[in-house]
Design a protein around this ligand. Structure first.
Ligand code: SAH
Length: 373
């Protein structure tokens, strides 16, 4: 028996091909998208705009499958974190952050992460592979329906690729999923409210040109190359000047006055000093941008600390006083480990990085102990 095809998350163009291969007209794709995403249809036998033969065919070859929910955690501040099973059978995370009228969903693009940013817990888990477009769209579909059931007065307003993984290293699925998020026949979100966040995969930022109209966020964390090399090792391959040029090119390709968001995780004594603010101001002046400050979220054995709230506010004031639009992302959901950089899921690590990090840690403890004795 041939394997059934999961139509949840298929792009418009692949649905069009699917129907054309069946000898149907392309516009069936539009009808199916609306049926899935607007009418929350589940059972193909009920798509009355299709012929009985087409309905029967779909029922026999296709499915609509969302990732399986393994765990749901609700924070006292309203944040909800889901642990979901991907098609590779890794556990990945999605986090819903309600804030006033806004409801932002933070989704994962990969099982683990192949980059190893020094301050990020996801990276320490290693990497097992890309999520499929269905896995990515499935997270959003599932949460949209969860809201419909549990908080009918709220609807999903923003989707950000800031969960586990580097979305631009899962390029096509990220582009296809974000197109569905912005497609009026599917999720219908505004282009400004769908954000792809990257550690700075320069060639893939360039590749977004003409392929995507989503907003771009770049995890900057340092505005000088030597410090950024340490925090975001990818910087050694694609240093700041290259990154800036790619961001400018992408913004130029978009209609309207759009800006790039620079995420800046504040880490005590590492990148929170006056000179760092000065560098950041000079850097961000060179492009239409905003800065989103994220106080470092600690996790076991990270070796880093969050600056005091006074230092964080002071750093923000340095930016604001110099005309930089700088927001402070207050930590949400930390009681359920849902804060930035704390998403770890449970992935089969193909890189053995997790083992290596653990071994390094125990070796350093052993050295400490032998120094004591
Ligand atoms: N790979 C993508 C998206 C995932 S990370 C990227 O790098 O942008 C989402 C954001 O959380 C990034 O800005 C990341 O640098 C930040 N982050 C990671 N670990 C963190 C931590 N421990 N505390 C605060 N922010 C963190």
């Amino acid at each position: 028996m041939s394997q059934s095809i999961n139509l949840l998350g298929q792009s418009r163009s692949s649905l069009e091909r699917f129907f054309e291969d069946l000898g149907e007209k392309k516009f069936r794709a539009k009808q199916l998208l609306q049926w899935i995403y607007h009418h929350n249809g589940r059972d193909f036998s009920q798509i009355t705009v299709f012929s009985k033969a087409l309905r029967d065919h779909l029922s026999s070859v296709a499915t609509l499958e969302t990732p399986k929910v393994l765990e749901t955690h609700r924070s006292h501040d309203g944040t909800v974190r889901w642990l979901l099973q991907s098609s590779l059978e890794d556990a990945v995370e999605a986090v819903l952050i309600p804030d006033g009228k806004r409801s932002t969903l933070c989704i994962s693009s990969q099982a683990g992460c192949a980059l190893d940013c020094s301050f990020c817990a996801t990276g320490k888990q290693g990497f097992n592979g890309n999520l499929t477009t269905s896995d990515i769209v499935g997270q959003t579909y599932l949460v949209k329906n969860w809201l419909r059931e549990h908080q009918p007065d709220r609807s999903l307003t923003n989707v950000v690729f800031m969960g586990m993984g580097e979305p631009l290293l899962n390029f096509q699925s990220t582009v296809d999923a974000s197109s569905l998020f912005m497609d009026d026949d599917a999720f219908g979100l505004s282009k400004r409210r769908v954000t792809i966040s990257t550690a700075g995969v320069v060639p893939m930022i360039e590749a977004l040109i003409g392929q995507s109209e989503a907003s771009l966020a770049v995890s900057l964390h340092a505005a000088n190359d030597s410090l950024r090399d340490e925090l975001v090792p990818l910087n050694k391959k694609h240093p700041l000047e290259e990154l800036l040029a790619a961001c400018k090119n992408y913004l130029t390709s978009l209609e309207g006055r759009r800006s790039v968001t620079f995420e800046y995780t504040l880490i005590q004594d590492v990148n929170d000093q006056d000179r760092h603010a000065k560098e950041l101001i000079a850097f961000t002046r060179r492009i239409r941008s905003k800065v989103n400050l994220i106080p470092f979220n600690p996790f076991p054995r990270s070796g880093y600390k969050r600056p005091s709230i006074d230092r964080i506010k002071y750093f923000q004031s340095l930016l604001l006083n110099n005309g930089v639009v700088a927001t402070l992302r207050m930590t949400r959901g930390d009681d359920i480990n849902a804060a930035c950089g704390q998403l770890v899921g449970n992935v089969k690590d193909r890189t053995r990085r997790k083992l290596r990090h653990e071994r390094d840690y125990w070796e350093s403890i052993a050295t400490d102990i032998s120094n004591l004795t």
